[in-house]
Design a protein around this ligand. Structure first.
Ligand code: TIU
Length: 229
């Protein structure tokens, strides 16, 4: 069992019980002209997560880990969009309005797509979620349990919003989460730092924080050990 260097202490990875969970790496958050930009954010701040996540995704696929992608977005008719979420922040464009990549945060629109660098492969579940947490109003929980998953290696955006909400939801459901600091990103450097500190504080109150290199090393050792599936 690979021991992954992490805080507040090593994470004992069990590859056949682990899933790589990549949260909301969508054009709407990482490219200009989408939902993230409509809220006044500098979307370039998130792009440093792409390369390490790409490397980890390749290694996870090679090692046979379950890989799950999520996307935040709403039905075309917006029937699942809480009026409060639509109104929040008084942005120039609201969810459902047409932007440079189609209607903001609406399923089926170009901006809702996962960025091409991290495109899901056939057979990798893609969870469409209407909320910030990946468990709320989705089938993520049964999908994980049917595969015997107990551990989540978490990447994605943004650290203090959808990543933190999902990690908290996962923690209450009994999953162990290892959040990779180089593979999660925020529009706000201070929230990146505090979002990660909140997870690993108090002995790992919500989970562990590590780096992708450590997981790559652990998965590499595992693959060389003959458990490649
Ligand atoms: N605004 C922001 O930081 N994030 C979101 O709205 N959604 C996700 O984090 N995916």
């Amino acid at each position: 069992m690979p021991l992954i260097d992490a805080e507040p202490y090593e994470f004992a990875l069990v590859p056949h019980e682990a899933a790589l969970l990549i949260i909301d790496m969508q054009r709407d958050f990482l490219e200009p002209g989408g939902f993230g930009g409509s809220l006044g954010n500098d979307v370039t701040l998130l792009r440093r997560t792409i390369d390490p996540t790409q490397r980890l995704l390749a290694a996870a696929r090679k090692a046979g880990l379950t890989v799950i992608h999520t996307r935040e977005g709403h039905r075309e008719d917006l029937a699942d969009l809480p009026p409060a979420k639509k109104a929040r922040g008084k942005p120039s464009l609201v969810i459902g309005d047409r932007g440079a990549m189609g209607r903001l945060l609406v399923r089926g629109e170009p901006g809702h797509d996962i960025i091409p660098e991290l495109r899901p492969l056939p057979g990798e579940p893609v969870i469409d979620k209407p909320g910030k947490g990946a468990f709320y109003a989705t089938d993520l929980d049964p999908i994980l349990r049917h595969r015997g998953v107990r551990q989540l290696i978490v990447c994605g955006v943004t650290t203090e919003v959808c990543v933190n909400t999902t990690v908290r939801e996962a923690n209450d459901r009994g999953f162990d989460c290892l959040v990779l600091e180089d593979c999660v990103g925020s529009y706000f450097p201070e929230f990146q730092e505090m979002g990660l500190r909140m997870i690993k504080a108090q002995g790992g109150i919500f989970g562990w924080v590590g780096r992708s290199e450590a997981v790559l090393a652990g998965l590499g050792a595992q693959t060389c050990g003959g458990t490649d599936r």
